[in-house]
Structures are given as C-alpha cells and as structure tokens.
Design a protein around this ligand. Structure first.
Ligand code: LER
Ligand code: MN
Length: 270
C-alpha cells in the first residue's frame, strides 16, 4: 500500500477535509518532508489547476499525483451527474472528462464524490440509472490512460444515492462499469457501514482507493475508529492502492499531516 495526502486549491478551512493547500509549493514540500508517496488534489474549477506548476513540483519532489477530485464542479458550478436538467448532466460529464484527462496525463485517477448529486424529491431509480450510466461511460473513457475511475459512496448528509460500499458495487456491476472502482472513505463508512472491516472484506475486489481518516474526520489516531482493523483487512484482502489522508487541517495543517505520517509509519512498520 502507498500513502497520499490531500491538497486543496481553495483557501484552507477547518470545515473542509483537505490537509494541505492552497499553496502548492508549501504543500508539496511538506508532503515530501513527511514521506508521503503521492498527492491528491482538489481543484475548485478546471481553471484553478495550474498544470505546469503541479507537474514541475511533482517532478521536483518525486511525488506523483495519485488522484484529482471532481467535486469542484458540484461545489463551485452546481453541476451533478443526476441533475434533472439533461444539459447540466452533460456539463457535469464534460467537467469530469476534463479531470480524467488531466489526472490521466499525470498518471493519476479522477474521483467522483459530490458530482454524484442527490435524488431529493426526484425519482431515485432514474437518478441511480443516470449515475450508473455515467460511471460506465466515464470509466470507459479513463481506460485510454490506463487508469480506473474512482467512485465514492458518501454519507447520508451528503447524498441519498449511494451511501455504502455494497451499494456502489451493485451499481457498478449492474451497469457493467468495468473500469470503475470504489473509493472507500473511512469517515463516510464510520457513519454508514455496520462494520468497516466486514464492508472492506465484502467489497474488496472493487476497492481502488481509500480515504484514510478517523471517525471525526481528523487524521488517523485522533478519533475513535478502529483504523488498525480496517488497515489489517485491506492488507489481508490484497489492497495495493493509495491510503489518502483526506482529513480536516486540525489542529493545524502541519500537525494534521504529521499525525497521519506518524500513524502510517507505525502501521507500516508493525
Ligand atoms: C466528500 O465528503 C468527500 O469525502 C470527498 O472525497 C468527495 O468529493
Ligand atoms: Mn472522501
């Protein structure tokens, strides 16, 4: 398993689960200093992604970009894959394609989390069908870069579509989204799963990425989730992807990053 840490290009806030950013130089330097293997980037828009700068820093620090989030399309532009308006759904797809291209060129994958949207008062089955079709189509698109598309179940307060890993697997399989993998975020799982380790075991063949974070969305070791148990299950089931620290920058960025790095060091040497 490899480690990654999140860097947001938005001004840092205690309520947003991104450890580093918005300064790219500082973020890459701290991630390298603490021994992370890669960076996960959250851009608020396509325009905000300074590709030459990211590529230069990535090379300079030997820190690949593992993943790029697409949630900026939802947060900043109101785009989702399940909007009632077909034109908005089309724009959401175009936005995600762009992220797939940029991430793919850097050797990384795109993440679909908030871009799944929610059904709300709309037809749940229809929303899930739009989402499943998009996961198949966009996963197919990502094949050109030899990267999977990553799909993340979110907790009930963020979406009413797919809250658990088994629901994600069902959607992926029923729509034959063969190049779409599940992103297991241990914060969402702490809210939604009966047992985190059992959920990992059940969906192991489909898990492509992990947001490794504690129960309260602080860095590992600062909450009450049994993360050692989750880690052991990932190892036992042969998970080879990234454990990405998507946590609040609390009590401050450096301490949050150091806490996660120390936790990984203890885990990986145990
Ligand atoms: C949102 O809660 C989240 O976990 C992100 O990874 C999805 O964009
Ligand atoms: Mn997440």
């Amino acid at each position: 398993m490899k480690t990654a840490i999140t860097l947001s290009l938005l001004p840092s806030r205690p309520s947003m689960p991104f450890v580093l950013g918005p300064d790219l130089e500082e973020g890459f330097a701290l991630a390298a200093e603490l021994g992370f293997d890669a960076i996960e980037i959250f851009p608020p828009s396509l325009k905000a992604l300074d590709r030459p700068k990211i590529e230069k820093l990535s090379q300079h620090h030997s820190l690949p970009v593992s993943t790029i989030g697409t949630g900026g399309g939802a947060v900043s532009q109101g785009l989702t894959l399940t909007d009632a308006d077909a034109d908005i759904r089309k724009q959401a797809t175009a936005y995600i394609r762009n992220i797939i291209e940029i991430a793919g060129d850097m050797g990384g994958s795109a993440i679909i989390g908030s871009m799944q949207g929610r059904a709300g008062t709309g037809d749940l089955a229809e929303s899930l069908n739009w989402l499943g079709n998009s996961l198949a189509e966009l996963g197919e698109y990502a094949k050109q870069w030899n990267q999977p598309l990553l799909f993340e179940p979110l907790n009930r307060y963020e979406s009413d579509l797919v809250n658990r890993l088994d629901q994600a697997v069902t959607l992926i399989e029923s729509h034959e989204a063969t190049n779409t993998k599940v992103l297991a975020d241990l914060f969402h799982m702490n809210i939604e799963e009966i047992c985190i380790a059992a959920a990992i075991e059940q969906s192991a063949a489909h898990i492509g990425h992990v947001h490794f974070v504690d129960s309260n969305r602080w860095s590992a070791g600062c909450g009450h989730s049994d993360l050692k148990n989750a880690y052991d299950k990932l190892q036992e089931t042969g998970f080879q992807g990234f454990l990405a620290v998507e946590a609040f920058p609390l009590p401050d960025q450096r301490t949050a990053a150091e806490n996660a790095a120390n936790y990984f060091q203890n885990l990986l040497s145990s």
